[in-house]
Write a protein that binds this ligand. Structure first.
Ligand code: SF4
Length: 325
């Protein structure tokens, strides 16, 4: 029998929001990243392969409309789905001249697309782009989600992985996204070699404090030919065990605001071309391990979410309320 997840799953959230199953269609634009072309950095994040994150999507020479239509037709037939999210997934999708950015977004406004999700970096969030998206959202009646890669809240780790931005830029980007009222999603890797269990807990606290809406958790996958791949082959990296990863996910969830939706708790990566990926096991086995361990520990999302809104003065408030009775 399938166990009920002890955290807020994305599939349940989509059903609540749209009343039916909604499928995310990955789209690939001919964009690059300021951390690769010299604006924020030259060599990119040390784990970033040539494909960015878009190994599941079609070639970027195919138009957005064509990518959407091809995928929608396939998914509609296979899963009888009627609603879709146009997901601009690969590289940094707001790293475009504003005119080009608008042109691509307008292409995604198909009737059955209910939401546009845009994956980008904290240093590519600008008010002009957000204002355009706000107008588009009203005009076309589409929801907007902005997905930000962060990977770690530890700014020393961000330097080690050559992110080309620090924690401050992430906070600025998130506050701007909130100001425009968009849904936000943050990507984190919970087993970066320089991060400790405390960093993972701090990540949950920072995301909760900032009012982030959704989270995508990944385990690290190390791609051949990357700087991290070279470090791994030279034996310079120490990676935590799968059991420890599961424990980190549990701590993260316990400190996370229970309202935050988990888009993923473990990444899916192509095995070919990787030196290390999910401890050589499938993502769904890891998910089962997590569910079983949470059940055994009676753990659940938000179990330790008690640290915001002046934790140290809460007992005064409760004392005052007690006196009123
Ligand atoms: S921000 Fe994304 S696309 Fe850019 S280098 Fe890092 S992982 Fe690659």
């Amino acid at each position: 029998m399938e166990m009920k997840a002890r955290y807020r799953t994305y599939s349940e959230y989509l059903k609540e929001k749209y009343g039916e199953k909604v499928y995310k269609i990955p789209l690939n634009l001919p964009v690059t990243c300021p951390n690769r072309d010299g604006v924020s950095g030259i060599k990119g994040c040390i784990f970033c392969g040539e494909e960015g994150a878009g190994f599941e999507s079609l070639c970027n020479r195919v138009s957005v409309v064509e990518q959407l239509n091809q995928n929608i037709e396939y998914i509609r037939k296979k899963y009888k789905a009627e609603k879709f999210i146009a997901f601009f997934q690969n590289f940094t999708n707001t790293y475009l001249a504003l005119g080009d950015f608008k042109r691509y977004m307008e292409e995604a406004l198909l009737k059955d697309v209910v939401e546009i999700a845009i994956s980008t970096r904290p240093d590519c969030i600008h008010d002009d782009y957000l204002q355009y998206l706000k107008d588009l959202s009203y005009r076309a009646n589409k929801n907007i989600t902005i997905e930000l890669g962060l990977q770690s809240v530890n700014y020393h780790t961000l330097k080690k992985i050559n992110r080309g931005h620090s924690l401050a830029e992430f906070i600025d980007a998130m506050l701007r996204i909130k100001k425009y009222g968009f849904c936000s999603c943050v990507h984190l890797i919970l087993n970066l070699p320089w991060d400790h269990a405390e960093d993972v807990i701090e990540s949950a606290k920072v995301l909760s404090a900032l009012g982030v809406d959704q989270v995508k958790l990944h385990s690290l996958y190390i791609v051949k030919g990357t700087e991290m791949g070279r470090q791994y082959e030279k034996g310079e990296l120490t990676l935590i065990s799968l059991e420890e990863y599961v424990d980190r996910v549990i701590s993260f969830l316990e400190y996370l605001n229970p309202e935050i939706v988990l888009q993923r708790i473990i990444g899916r990566a192509p095995e070919e071309n990787t030196l290390f990926c999910n401890w050589g096991t499938s993502w769904w086995k890891i998910k089962d391990m997590l569910d079983e361990r949470m059940e055994a520990l009676d753990s659940y999302q938000g179990k330790k979410f008690d640290y915001l809104n002046g934790k140290a003065v809460k007992h005064f408030i409760m004392d005052d309320e007690g006196k009123k009775d």
